[in-house]
Ligand binder design. Structure first.
Ligand SMILES: [Zn+2]
Length: 129
């Protein structure tokens, strides 16, 4: 992929990542993010955050075999930091439908905050052990 094409793909992916973020805000927080999915409304610094994610996914997709174990660990650490920032410390509160009211998860699937807690806890255990 030449640098110009790569930049375009990166930007398109970044745009989609913003859309995914807006969906997360709506589904998990039960509120519409202020851009309502419109990537163009974001300032450059915020777009750059989405571009970082886009570059990460592009790296994973384009050269998985070349990725060194150390680089993989660094990226997993980075992803973990992002997940930690997204974690909500309050416990899940399920209503009679099995929906999590604490996190606005109106879905019978497992509340992602619950899964997040398990993932981060398992990771902490491994780091300590
Ligand atoms: Zn929950």
């Amino acid at each position: 992929m030449n640098p110009e094409t790569r930049k375009q793909v990166e930007e398109e992916l970044s745009r989609q990542i913003h859309g995914v973020y807006c969906r997360y805000r709506k589904e998990v927080h039960g509120e519409e993010y202020w851009t309502k999915g419109n990537y163009d409304l974001l300032d450059e610094k915020t777009k750059e955050a989405d571009r970082y994610m886009a570059r990460f996914f592009l790296t994973l997709a384009s050269r998985p075999d070349e990725m060194k174990g150390e680089e993989m660990r660094d990226r997993l650490d980075w992803a973990t930091q992002i997940l930690e920032a997204l974690q909500d410390d309050s416990p899940c509160e399920f209503d009679h439908h099995g929906y999590c009211q604490a996190h606005g998860w109106l879905n019978e699937d497992r509340c992602p905050q619950d899964a997040l807690k398990e993932f981060l806890a398992s990771r902490t255990l491994r780091e300590k052990g």
